[in-house]
Design a protein around this ligand. Sequence first.
Ligand code: MN
Length: 201
Amino acid sequence: MAQPFALPPLPFAEGALAPVISAQTLGFHYGKHHKTYVDNLNKLVAGTEFEGQSLEAIIKATAGKADKSGIFNNAAQTWNHTFYWNSLKPNGGGPASGALAQKIDAAFGSYDKFKSEFANAAVTQFGSGWAWLVVDAGALKLVKTGNAENPISKGQTPLLTIDVWEHAYYLDYQNRRPDHVNAIIEKLLNWDFAAENLRKA
Ligand code: MN
């Protein structure tokens, strides 16, 4: 993605994930939250050493650096949200198929175990953050990250993510994060996107 960074189009209509994620939640989440991260990032990198760099390069260069936290947070949140939209699709969810299903069984024992471990990672992330299915040194793993933190700065390859910031679910589920997370896993996960990420890993 070249600078200035643009807000990528959503891969589905704003109402397409209802009733799991309402059009109202998507409208705010994409049109306000995601857009603000992109706009802030463009302002923060203008005239700095990061001008002209790719989003991934900026995330890796600023991760863990306290004096670059503003750039890191907005760059990682820009990346994380684009990845999140692609991790979802209408009529998705349920078990994976093909090579990915075999890898899930090998890593977690069964789809049902994977499902409960992914939900557990998403529910137990304390405060704002993300739950991720990643490839780490060739093996599938579930990880959770706080705030804007992102697995690519740790050398892991994300396959799917779930946003567990309250803005992702509060309008639809209020405090019921587990209900939201289970509905995403059962009805929206985009295994085609995960398989594409696995091929590139
Ligand atoms: Mn979000």
